[in-house]
Write a protein of this length. Structure first.
Ligand SMILES: [Zn+2]
Length: 269
């Protein structure tokens, strides 16, 4: 199996992670309360993930099998898994499929109390930040990707064309690109950025109306990464994100245009 390299995949890192904090009873809001059966099960599943060296998208045994393994009923097991799902440590899918979630090794969590309403402005800043970071990541990915990275990038490409209800694991292209850089810190930065700014990111995604072009651009990036062409990968990602920034800026202008003055239709520059 491929030597996986997500952020914090060493066994010791789990203790400091968000998922580890849940296992420690943080979800209850009272770290001093006695450990419940659900805590122990959650912690047991996290240990299992760690022990087996599993990563995001890897399948876990079904709820039924896990329940048998931990000698509890299926509903009890499901409850423990739902708690892990709340922080993306696992992902429960239709038909009892359980997968390792994107947040299993995550060290940073979004603030659920955040009251931000001006998504457009923050979305522009999110794209700016990504423009600073991601072209360089693409260049590194072209140098450091291995076969398993390329497989995951292909899977991420395909994820974008599938229905959200599709039971197979969902991989997100830009996360996988960062993972392919072989640099855990950069992966963590991109993962955290997309997670902490998830609402702005959703706002951005809703603006992408031309899904086919988005797919084609991602595919061109994968071709460059596969070919080991750092310069091409870098400039393709830069163009891809500039296009996104242009889209969000154009939307901003249309939203803030004075009434009675229709927004000027513009084509891609
Ligand atoms: Zn993209």
């Amino acid at each position: 199996m491929h030597e996986a390299k997500p952020a914090g995949s060493t066994p010791g890192a789990m203790a400091g992670s968000a998922a580890g904090a849940i296992a420690g009873g943080l979800l209850s809001g009272d770290p001093a309360r006695p450990e419940t059966l659900s805590d122990r099960l959650a912690s047991g599943v996290l240990s299992l993930i760690n022990r087996e060296g599993l990563n995001q998208g890897d399948p876990l045994p079904t709820v039924k099998v896990l329940a048998a393994q931990f000698s509890v009923t299926t509903p009890t097991m499901r409850e423990a898994l739902r708690r892990l799902q709340a922080t993306d440590a696992v992902e429960l899918r239709h038909g009892s499929g359980v997968y390792v979630g994107a947040g299993v090794h995550r060290t940073l969590m979004p603030n659920p109390n955040s009251m931000i309403t001006d998504y457009a402005e923050l979305a522009i800043q999110l794209v700016e930040a990504r423009l600073v970071i991601e072209p360089g990541i693409a260049a590194l990915a072209a140098q450091h990707r291995d076969e398993a990275d390329l497989e995951r990038l292909e899977l991420a490409l395909e994820t974008a064309t599938r229905s959200p209800d599709d039971p197979r694991p969902h991989l997100y292209f830009h996360r996988e690109l960062a993972r392919s850089s072989g640099n855990k810190v950069l992966y963590e930065i991109v993962d955290s950025l997309l997670e902490v700014r998830a609402r702005e990111q959703q706002f951005l995604r809703r603006l992408i109306t031309d899904r086919q072009r988005d797919y084609d651009e991602h595919q061109a990036i994968v071709v460059a990464v596969r070919a080991g062409d750092s310069a091409a990968a870098e400039s393709l990602v830069r163009e891809h994100l500039r296009e996104l920034r242009y889209t969000v800026e154009r939307t901003e202008r249309q939203v803030s245009a004075p009434p009675g003055e229709p927004p000027t239709p513009r084509t891609r520059e």
